[in-house]
Design a protein around this ligand. Structure first.
Ligand code: GDP
Length: 461
C-alpha cells in the first residue's frame, strides 16, 4: 500500500534517459505522480497544490547525482521539501544519529520552559484519544524526565470521565486531582493549579471535555478554561484516521482557542499521515507527538523525516541518495564510466565497485532502504550474496598482482591456488569470482555494442 509513489515514479523514469540535470518535463511528469500520492495519503487539496508549486522550482535544473536515477533524485527533493513543511530540517536525523542523539526529539518536544507548575491544556473531540494521550504524556514526563506531574479531568459531562483519568493515573503512577462531585470545569482547573503550586508539582495536565463534533458550547467552555489556566502548552489531540475531519477540527480549535501544538493519535493504524501535513500547513502549529498504540508507552516524539517517508510511501530512498552523494568519489566514477563506455572492465573496476558497495553501508543496509525489500532479500539469500561474501571477494582481488587484475586471463590454476591462500579463501571461491567477473565483462562489451552506457546506467539500482 505504501509503495505507490515509488512504483509510479519508477514507471515515469524508466522512460527517461539519463541526463546531467532534471529537465522541466521530467520534473512535471514526476510531480504529477507526487500529487496523486499526496492526495492518496489524505493530504488536503489546497495543501497539495501549494506543496507542488513550492517544490517545482527546487527540482528543475537540479543536477542528478551520478549513482542514483533521476526518479530517486526527485523523490529526495520532494522528501526534503516535505520534511521542511512538516516543520523539520532535512538531514537532521542523520546529523542526530552521528552525534548520538535521539533523532527528531530535539525539534518537536513539549516546551516546559515556564515557572512551575507548568500548565498544559489538552483539547480535542471525544474519542480522539485525549485522555489516553494525557496519561501517556504524564507517564513519559514522570518516568523519563523525572517531573512531578499532576493530572486533572475537567470533563464533568461524561459521568465516568474523571474516574477514567484517576484509574489511568494509578496505572502510570501519576497523581490525579481528587474528584469533587459537581465542581465546574473552570473551578477544577483553578484548584488543580493551586494544588500544583502548593504541593510542588512541576507540570499540571488539564484534560478537558470533548464532544462528538465541534460546537459553540464546547469552544466556550475550553476558552473559559484557557483564560483561567493560562496554559503554557495547548495541545490538540486529533485522530489521524479521521483525515480531513481532523484538519477541520485543528483549524477550528486553533482559531478559537489558540494551539501551541498537536498530538496526532492512531498513527499505528493505516492512516497515511497526510493529516499531519495538512494540519501543520493549515494551522502553522507543529505536530509535537504521535500516539502509536493503545498502550501507555505508545507515544513518540514527532519525527518529520519518518512521517515524510510514510506520506510518500517509499522505502528510505532518501538516505540512499544521501549516502550515494557522500560516498561517491566523483573522479573514480567518471573514470570508470569512461572505461565502461569503451567496453573496458577489469578486476580493478570490479574491486572499485565492490568497495563502493561496502562504503554505502553494505548490501544489506542498502537493500533494506529499498521498497519491496523482503522479496529482494529472499533472492539475495538464495543467490548467497551478503556483505561477508563481498568482503571475501574484495580480499580475493586484493591478493592478485597488478598484472593479474588488468589481465585476468593470466590467472591459471596455480595462480588461483596462490590467490586463494593469500586471501584466506578457497579455489572454488576464486573460480566463482572470476566467473562472475567474466559475465560482467561480457555484459559491458555487449552494452557497448548496443551503443552506449546510458541505458545501463540510467536503469536504476
Ligand atoms: P477521549 O475521549 O478523547 O479521551 O479518548 P480516549 O483517550 O478515551 O481514547 C479512545 C480510544 O482510543 C481508547 O480505546 C484508546 O485506547 C484508543 N487510543 C488512544 N490513542 C490511541 C493510539 O494512538 N492508537 C490506538 N490504536 N488507539 C488509541
Amino acid at each position: 500500500m505504501f509503495d505507490g509513489l515509488q512504483s509510479r515514479l519508477g514507471d515515469v523514469f524508466d522512460k527517461l534517459r539519463r541526463r546531467a540535470s532534471l529537465s522541466e518535463d521530467d520534473v512535471n511528469a514526476a510531480l504529477r505522480e507526487v500529487r496523486v500520492a499526496l492526495l492518496e495519503a489524505d493530504v488536503a487539496l489546497p495543501v497539495v497544490k501549494d506543496f507542488i508549486e513550492g517544490v517545482r522550482p527546487k527540482a528543475v535544473g537540479q543536477e542528478v547525482l551520478r549513482s542514483v536515477t533521476p526518479g530517486q533524485q526527485v523523490v529526495k527533493i520532494v522528501h526534503d521539501h516535505l520534511v521542511e513543511m512538516l516543520g523539520g530540517t532535512p538531514g537532521a536525523d542523520e546529523q542526530a544519529a552521528r552525534e548520538g542523539r535521539y533523532p527528531g526529539a530535539a525539534e518537536s518536544d513539549l516546551d516546559l520552559n515556564a515557572p512551575a507548575p507548568v500548565p498544559i491544556l489538552m483539547v480535542g473531540l471525544q474519542g480522539s484519544g485525549k485522555t489516553t494521550t494525557t496519561g501517556k504524556i504524564a507517564k513519559r514526563l514522570s518516568e523519563k524526565q523525572r517531573k512531578k506531574v499532576l493530572m486533572a479531568s475537567l470533563d464533568t459531562r461524561r459521568p465516568a470521565a474523571q474516574q477514567q483519568l484517576k484509574v489511568l493515573g494509578e496505572q502510570v503512577g501519576v497523581a490525579t486531582l481528587p474528584i469533587v462531585p459537581g465542581e465546574p470545569p473552570v473551578a477544577i482547573a483553578k484548584r488543580a493549579l493551586s494544588t500544583g503550586k502548593l504541593e510542588g508539582y512541576d507540570v499540571v495536565l488539564l484534560d478537558t471535555a470533548g464532544r462528538l463534533a465541534i460546537d459553540e458550547e464546547l469552544m466556550a467552555e475550553v476558552v473559559a478554561v484557557r483564560d483561567a489556566a493560562q496554559p503554557h502548552e495547548t495541545l490538540l489531540v486529533a485522530d489521524a484516521m479521521t483525515g480531513q475531519d481532523a484538519v477541520n477540527v485543528a483549524a477550528a480549535f486553533n482559531e478559537r482557542v489558540g494551539l501551541t501544538g498537536i498530538a496526532l493519535t492512531r498513527v499505528d493504524g493505516d492512516a497515511r499521515g497526510g493529516a499531519a501535513l495538512s494540519m501543520k500547513a493549515v494551522t502553522g502549529k507543529p505536530i509535537k507527538l504521535l500516539g502509536t498504540g493503545e498502550k501507555l508507552d505508545a507515544l513518540e516524539a514527532f519525527h518529520p523525516e519518518r512521517v515524510a517517508g510514510r506520506i510518500l510511501g517509499m522505502g528510505d530512498i532518501v538516505s540512499l541518495v544521501e549516502k550515494a552523494a557522500e560516498t561517491l568519489e566523483q573522479e573514480d566514477a567518471e573514470a570508470m564510466a569512461k572505461r565502461l563506455a569503451k567496453g573496458r572492465f577489469d578486476l580493478n573496476d570490479m574491486h572499485k565497485q565492490l568497495q563502493q558497495l561496502t562504503k554505502m553501508g553494505g548490501l544489506k543496509s542498502m537493500m533494506q532502504m529499498l521498497p519491496g525489500v523482503p522479496k529482494i532479500q529472499d533472492q539475495l539469500k538464495k543467490a548467497n550474496v551478503d556483505d561477508k561474501v563481498v568482503k571475501r571477494q574484495m580480499a580475493i582481488i586484493t591478493s592478485m598482482t597488478k598484472a593479474e587484475r588488468s589481465r585476468p586471463e593470466l590467472i591459471k590454476a596455480s595462480r588461483r591456488q596462490r590467490i586463494a591462500k593469500g586471501s584466506g579463501t578457497s579455489v572454488p571461491e576464486v573460480n566463482k569470482l572470476l566467473k562472475q567477473f567474466a559475465e560482467t565483462q561480457r555484459m559491458v562489451k555487449k552494452v557497448k555494442k548496443m551503443g552506449g552506457m546510458e541505458s545501463l546506467m540510467g536503469g536504476g539500482m
